[in-house]
Every structure is written in C-alpha cells, then in structure tokens.
Design a protein around this ligand. Structure first.
Ligand code: ATP
Length: 229
C-alpha cells in the first residue's frame, strides 16, 4: 500500500501542499483533481523524487520508503523520446539506462509494445507516430522497469476521443497488474471513467478523498469545481 502522511511543501513562505494524507491499495486508480495551483504537480514531483525539501512521509508497504525504481511517470510524452530512433530502440535504450540487461530490455520492450497494441509500430521512428501512439509508447516507457506506482500527469490532454479511449483501456490493463496508478487531471470525465478513488486538492489542501463517483456527486457545484476540457 502507498501511504502518504502529513505531506507539506513550501516554496518560500507559500504553502503549495498542506498536511495531505491518504493511502492507496495496489491495483487502484486514484485521480488527483483540483483547479490550477491546487498542488497536483507538487505532489507528483515529491512522489517522483524530484522534490526533496518537504515535510511528512511517503511510504510503500510497512515503513518502506518509495525508491526511484518503484516509480514510473508520464509527464510530457512529446519530450520523452529520441524522435529519430524507432519505438523499439527507444524502449530498449531506456530499459538499459534503467539497469536492465540488453536481453531483458529487448524482451520487455517487445512485450510492452505487444501489450499496448504497438507491435506494428516497433520499427517506426517515434517522430512519425501519432500523438496517441506516442502517449501509449510513453506508457510503455514508464513501465519498462516494472514500477509499483505509476504517475500520469494529464495523460489524455490534447488527444482525440479515439486515442483517449485507447489510452484509458491501457490504464485499465496496467491496473489489472496490481500497479497503483495516480492520474493528475482537470478532466472530470477521465476521473469518472478511470478513477476508483479520487483526491480533491484545493490551494494545497486535501478537500475530499474517497470513492470517485461519490466524491464527484458531492462536489458538483462547489467553488472548486473542476473544468471539463
Ligand atoms: P496546474 O493544474 O495549473 O498545473 P497544480 O495543481 O499542478 O496546478 P502546482 O503546480 O503544484 O499546482 O502549484 C501549487 C502552488 O505552488 C501554486 O500556487 C504555484 O504557483 C506554486 N508553485 C509551484 N511550483 C513553484 C515553484 N517552483 N516556486 C514557487 N511556487 C511554486
């Protein structure tokens, strides 16, 4: 279980996160909702190990700190790859960078491409892939070292409806493997379709946490209503 306890983060005197606590079971999708400036990215940066100066704790399992290899993330797929390398070459390269042997990196890359319906694009340069395919490839990349927690920041933003649906199916598959998936989004419809649980942040505070359907029903019309894009 991923357990966040009393997480706070200050930028100078500005409080970006205040005493946020929640826990998530394996195989759960948690959507992190909230308007601009709510603290979603700040939370992700801490979980991803990109921000160290914070108060509170992040634990995975009893008393275990979350290690870098436990975390996969998809932040901005357009800058995640070497555009002139193929989809397969990118995955194999990053697999090796993450410490896999060449053979394991190759096998894992091929398996991920197959799982997410990209096998026929394996030999294509990434720059020639559609945005939706690049986003699915970014998901493959984030899973190459078999992380326990996956962080997705606005993963379907800017995708056409068909690509959104394909991506959401991929997330369902990831969830089935027991991975914890955290999705930061402004898109309530994405939360509605994917989130088992949701955390609503506003001005750095956890305003609500709970079952997504209940939370969205109770939040309807409140001042921190999240926009649908
Ligand atoms: P958005 O949806 O617009 O990305 P968010 O929910 O991700 O917003 P954060 O980016 O986490 O919100 O920002 C939370 C608060 O912290 C905001 O008030 C923001 O201005 C502030 N903040 C974020 N990063 C920094 C920084 N590096 N220095 C100073 N203040 C920051």
């Amino acid at each position: 279980m991923l357990t966040i306890t009393n997480l706070s983060k200050y930028y100078g005197t500005h409080c970006a996160l205040r005493q946020v606590s929640f826990s998530v079971e394996p195989g759960t999708v948690l959507t992190i909702l909230g308007p601009n400036g709510a603290g979603k990215t700040t939370l992700f940066k801490i979980l991803a190990g990109l921000s160290h100066d914070y108060q509170g704790s992040v634990c995975f399992g009893p008393d275990k700190k979350l290690q870098a290899h436990d975390i996969g993330f998809v932040f901005d797929s357009s800058r995640a790859f070497y555009p002139k390398l193929t989809a397969f070459e990118n995955l194999r390269y990053f697999g090796v960078v993450k410490g896999l042997s060449r053979q394991v990196a190759k096998d894992t890359a091929l398996q991920l491409l197959q799982t997410f319906s990209l096998s026929d694009k394996a030999e294509q340069q990434v720059q020639l892939l559609s945005r939706g395919m690049q986003q699915r490839l970014a998901l493959c990349l984030s899973l190459i070292s078999n992380p326990k927690v996956l962080l997705l920041d606005e993963p379907t933003l800017g995708l056409d409806i068909e690509s959104q649906k394909e991506f959401e199916l991929c997330i369902e598959q990831v969830k089935e493997t027991g991975t914890i998936v955290l999705i930061a989004t402004h898109q309530m419809d994405t939360a509605q379709r994917l989130g088992n649980y949701s955390l609503l942040l506003n001005k750095g505070e956890a305003v609500r946490f709970g079952n997504t359907q209940t939370l969205l029903a109770n939040t309807c019309g409140e001042q921190y209503t999240i926009t649908t894009q």
